[in-house]
Ligand binder design. Structure first.
Ligand code: NAI
Length: 340
């Protein structure tokens, strides 16, 4: 437990740890799609986060039960459930962070892009409400296809006059989580200390893990190993979709990844230094308008979009081959908003 006090060492300790629940500022987080496969375990994990003071759980159905259940957990945040469009405004009002796992997941044989028609409409309507009720909130977009739903959100916010590119994030953390796990397994190093940047986008070959920058360095991996690790990271979602055999896509690992990313955003908002996560954001590090890379998080959201760093020849090739697909997914999102 942390002591209250002003000594240099205790404040340094607080900064390093984040904040104790007594000293952390008030922060309201909303989960939209909170009764779903991702939404429920994500609600649980956000309830466990001491940086959250208010947790709003919104869905078109089922949230009273989820909220009642989660609210019994004896942690800091006050939990409330909101159901149906007429309660969306209340759920969003005063939010610091809105996490969006609303939408339909993949079934075997589907790509993330097959979800476009349904999820694009859901994301558009939720973002319209965000622009109205909490225009300054940080948005963590989980709904797929992220390569298109993030540009959709940006266009909706631009039309509403509320767009702040520093506050819109496509959540690609699950790709990082997978890359770390698979790398640790192959390199036989303890997974807790592993870091692997993943750049590009969040679908198939647009997911580009940079194993040449992985730490700790593993000298026991061949080119074939790196190719296999790259493919497994790119196909990680499909691995789960097939194993679930028609019952949806990754939910538990996604909830974990979503909770890690939201926690990083909260720490950034609270002024913790050097919070860096990969995310799909507005970017000028390539010629594409949105790109996933390491991002430093701060009090206003994106503090700095970090560059790609040195790439291996294999990664350089991967980067060039992902660009056309990523470009067309981004354009598809932009077009969706400007046509409808
Ligand atoms: P699910 O079907 O279990 O849950 C989705 C929830 O969204 C349902 O409770 C549904 O009622 C709700 N919903 C639908 N329309 C809504 C609206 N207009 N407002 C609020 N809520 C609404 O699906 P699951 O497995 O939780 O996946 C959700 C999304 O997350 C999918 O688009 C999926 O592809 C995506 N996903 C993203 C990942 C990533 O790495 N970014 C990884 C895994 C899934």
């Amino acid at each position: 437990a942390l002591r209250r006090g002003n000594s240099a060492s205790s404040s340094a300790h607080l900064l390093r740890r984040g904040f104790s629940s007594e000293s952390a500022p008030e922060r309201k987080v909303a989960v939209l799609g909170a009764a779903g496969g991702i939404g429920q375990p994500l609600a649980l994990l956000m309830k466990l986060n001491p940086l959250v003071s208010k947790l709003a759980l919104y869905d078109i159905a089922g949230t009273p039960g989820v909220a009642a259940d989660v609210s019994h957990i004896n942690t800091r945040s006050e939990v409330a459930g909101y159901m149906g469009e007429e309660q969306l405004g209340q759920a969003l009002e005063g939010c610091d962070i809105v996490v969006i796992p609303a939408g339909v997941p993949r079934k075997p044989g589907m790509t993330r892009d097959d979800l476009f028609n349904i999820n694009a409409g859901i994301v558009k309507s939720l973002c319209t409400a965000i622009a109205k009720y909490c225009p300054h909130a940080i948005v963590n977009m989980i709904s797929n296809p992220v390569n298109s739903t993030v540009p959709i959100a940006a266009e909706v916010f631009k039309k509403a006059g509320t767009y702040d590119e520093k506050k819109l994030f496509g959540v690609t953390t699950l790709d990082v989580v997978r890359a770390k796990t698979f790398y640790a397994g192959k390199a036989k190093v303890p997974v807790g200390g592993v870091d692997v940047p993943v750049v590009g986008g969040h679908a198939g070959i647009t997911i580009l893990p940079l194993f040449s920058q992985a730490t700790p360095k593993a000298n026991n991996l061949s080119d074939e190993d790196i190719t296999a690790l790259t493919k497994r990271t790119q196909d990680g979602g499909t691995e789960v979709v097939e194993a679930k055999a028609g019952k949806g896509s990754a939910t538990l690992s996604m909830a974990y990844a979503g909770a890690v990313f939201a926690d990083a955003c909260l720490k950034g908002l609270n002024g913790v230094q050097d919070v860096v996560e990969c995310s799909f954001v507005q970017s000028s590090i390539t010629e594409l308008p949105f790109f996933a890379s390491k991002v430093r998080l701060g009090k206003n959201g994106v503090e700095e979009v970090l560059g790609l760093g040195p790439l291996s020849d294999y990664e350089k090739q991967g980067l060039e081959s992902l660009k056309p697909e990523l470009k067309s997914s981004i354009e598809k999102g932009i077009k969706f908003v400007n046509q409808s």
